[in-house]
Design a protein around this ligand. Structure first.
Ligand SMILES: Cc1cc2nc3c(=O)[nH]c(=O)nc-3n(C[C@H](O)[C@H](O)[C@H](O)COP(=O)(O)O)c2cc1C
Length: 161
């Protein structure tokens, strides 16, 4: 199975999550990892599973990854993830409600991918940072690897690596 993970990352946290997914999936599948900048010129044909990730900024994905997710040549199985702030680290507490109610990048990306005709696999996932610029909360890279493995397990098996 051919897997492509495309991500954007300002401070590096989403990149770390994407890398953890790539490390896990490349043990058993042909897996490529591309920043959203590098993905601009990528040929999307032959991709069996596309995973798209972004930091949540202002309740939404970055404009660059949003643009990628609206490419008309996307098709097939796809999933999305984001990084987001751990609500417990936000003060004062009423602000937590605002951040939560505003929504997150992964859900918006999933909607966009679906509108492009992709078939969504699994649920959009959020991985938490403990401050505006990170670091990632403990255990999030391991959870990301597990989430990515779970996506592959949802797909029909194909021959080869
Ligand atoms: C300008 C800005 C806006 C942000 N908006 C949100 C937000 O709406 N919701 C949220 O959960 N986190 C928000 N964050 C925290 C980001 O999600 C965090 O910076 C991101 O996960 C880091 O990922 P990166 O290292 O890949 O850039 C914001 C951070 C910045 C700097």
């Amino acid at each position: 199975m051919s897997i492509l993970i495309v991500y954007d990352s300002i401070f590096g946290n989403t990149g770390q999550i994407a890398q953890a997914m790539a490390d896990e999936l490349s043990r058993t599948h042909d897996t490529r990892l591309a920043s959203v900048q590098d993905a601009r010129t990528l040929d999307m044909s032959g991709v069996d599973l596309l995973i798209v990730g972004s930091p949540t900024r202002g309740f939404r994905p970055t404009p660059e990854i949003q643009e990628f997710a609206s490419r008309p040549d996307l098709a097939g199985a796809a999933a999305s993830f984001d990084t987001r702030i751990d609500l417990e680290t936000i003060n004062p507490a009423p602000l937590r409600w605002v951040v939560q109610a505003g929504g997150y990048a992964a859900e918006r990306l999933a909607r966009e991918l679906s509108e492009q005709g992709c078939h969504l696999v699994g649920e959009p996932a959020g991985f938490e940072v403990t401050g505006q610029e990170g670091p990632l909360k403990n255990g999030e890279t391991e959870r990301a690897a597990q989430w990515a493995r779970g996506l592959v397990d949802l797909l029909p098996r194909t021959e080869g690596p």
